[in-house]
Ligand binder design. Sequence first.
Ligand SMILES: [Zn+2]
Length: 245
Amino acid sequence: MNKDLDVTQLVSKGLAQLSSGLRTLSKAVEKLPSQETLMRLLTGGEQGEVFTCGHCEYTTTRRTDYKKHLNTLKHMRQLARKIEPGSSVWAQIKQDYSELKQEDDKYVLMAYMWLQPHHRRVGIGKQGMGKWPLRELWEVVHKCIFDGGFYMKGNKLSIYSKTMPRDKFNFDVFTQFREHAHLVIMEANPLIDIRARLFAEHSYNDPWEKYQYSVRNLPMYLKDKTPIQKRKETCSLHEYLQMCG
Ligand SMILES: [Zn+2]
């Protein structure tokens, strides 16, 4: 008899707990979002949600497409164009041109740097050009991208560094130089067009003509120069790096 009572009490206690649990569960269910919303949450993305990549001006409404975008070559290239946040190399040019305060594209910044010596001097906004466009371009790339430590000798097959141990770099640096220089030219050309070219009044040697012939083909060595580049003393990368020794 006592045993039966115990069982009854246990069952009734269990039912009470179950009932309380059900009430809690029921309250929770009431608070669940609608089925439609649930489906949206499960299938990814709020309705109307937009994913934007600030580096590439890429926009999509699909999270999966956005994730794919982050692995594309285009996105990686755009990322590689961004300056290192703490780097002091860019401080001066940002100070000199107020329009560059928010600029974080290293090739735009290098284009301003490259053109600066012949821009500030004229004062009226037009863009002048100096006698050594290519040598000055190699200089900017060397300083901004490579910390300015490389040099070469007469030997075409060896490159040296004043700052890095021998096993920390190889001859790839040489071709990278040219790629970086090319990207700077792509930013400099429209900038020159906007500013308009300043021509020297009495000059037998038009520096703009020299510029034009220099940037069309970036010579790595003496032998790569076109006849007009030879006549106009265009500076090959090898010649420039020999000056750095
Ligand atoms: Zn991107």
